[in-house]
Design a protein around this ligand. Structure first.
Ligand code: NAD
Length: 325
């Protein structure tokens, strides 16, 4: 099978590639805006692997490179809600138009399988927790969520009109190796600047669900193999939540730093457009036969260890401890 992975040099996309590459031909199409070549460079010697550094807004190159593949995994996006709030064209361009371009090239090159990374944010402030896939009305509160909902609408229409089989996955927060954004990454970056004082966005009572990146990819592959409808859509999540206060505690434990003073900025949300409390229902995936092996809290603890190992600058911290003596 020939797989085409947009955003394949990104955090989640590179794990999709790791999973597919041993047994399939894989093309990564990525502009490296947030992705990194080092996440995929271990595949460069594989003759069935190809990396195309290009943009999804460049439709001519996209159509040329996509031709001849069986399945498109569309993971490229602006994944940062705050960036889309600051600059209102970002999500429209990088998510909605980029998805339209990807679908349109799939139609023109006669590709019949389309896998998409959607998000819990399409549900907005859902009143039903855990939130099932058929919850409505879908009223996102961020431009990111709105753009992803628009992408789902486009996928549904393309699937109906042009016979493209689609798998839409609505992820909870994904954490783990190679993460370049998200709460653990942000908090470690702050500790690198000042290991004595940690500013945390919101009041700490936000409660969300977290999943390890390997399990997220495992769920996507399982759904692709086992869900047989024309349009398949699933939440991919653990079925419990972890509060921001607990994440901060777990992370500080893992750093072994002593006397870190935490300061919460207050307010129920961390930033404009943030859904402070969400919990997705994993029942539909469970019925299909898949559930993540780790709870949200286990995923956070494992990812905190990784974030400390991958991103905490030990040299800086030893400078601080020398000053303490
Ligand atoms: P990421 O930023 O690591 O990956 C996105 C990749 O897309 C990057 O490699 C980037 O360089 C590439 N890209 C962006 N715009 C592009 C363009 N115009 N042309 C070509 N390449 C482009 O983010 P991620 O966390 O790995 O997210 C992957 C997908 O999963 C995204 O669609 C995101 O919305 C979705 N998602 C992520 C999470 C999470 O917690 N990380 C949660 C829900 C949904």
């Amino acid at each position: 099978m020939q797989h085409f992975v947009t955003g394949g040099a990104g955090f989640i996309g590179s794990f999709v590639v790791d999973r597919l590459a041993p047994r399939n031909g894989v093309t990564v199409y990525d502009n490296l805006s947030t992705g990194k070549e080092e996440f995929i460079s271990h595949h460069f010697s594989n003759e069935y692997f190809k990396f195309v550094k290009a943009d999804l807004l460049d439709v001519k190159t996209l159509a040329k490179e996509m031709r001849g593949h069986d399945t498109v995994w569309h993971l490229a996006a602006n994944p940062d809600i705050r960036k889309g709030t600051a600059s209102t064209m970002v999500d429209l361009e990088q998510n909605t138009i980029a998805t339209y371009n990807t679908l349109e090239c799939a139609r023109r090159t006669d590709i019949k399988n389309f896998v998409f990374s959607s998000t819990s944010t399409i549900y907005g402030r859902a009143e039903t927790l855990p939130t099932p896939e058929d919850y409505g009305p879908l009223l996102p509160i961020s431009l990111y969520g709105a753009s992803k909902l628009a992408c789902e609408g486009l996928i549904s229409a393309y699937s109906e009109l042009y016979g493209i089989k689609a798998w839409i996955y609505r992820f909870a927060n994904v954490v783990g190796h190679r993460s370049t954004h998200g709460i653990l990454y942000d908090l470690v970056a702050k500790l690198n600047k000042n290991p004595r004082r940690l500013e945390v966005l919101g009041n700490g009572k936000q409660r969300k669900s977290y999943m390890l990146v390997e399990e997220c990819v495992d769920g996507m592959v399982f759904g692709l193999r086992n869900a047989r409808d024309r349009l398949n859509y699933f939440n991919l999540c653990a079925e419990d939540q972890t509060s921001v206060k607990d994440i901060v505690k777990i992370l500080i434990d893992e750093t072994h730093l002593k006397g870190v003073k935490t300061k919460y900025t207050g307010g129920e949300s961390g930033w404009a457009g943030d859904v402070p409390v969400f919990l997705l229902s994993g029942k539909k995936m469970k019925k299909l036969g898949w559930a993540p092996a780790h709870s949200s809290e286990e995923a956070v603890r494992a990812a905190a260890k990784i974030a400390v190992k991958e991103h905490l600058k030990k040299s800086k911290l030893s400078w601080y401890s020398t000053q303490d003596q």
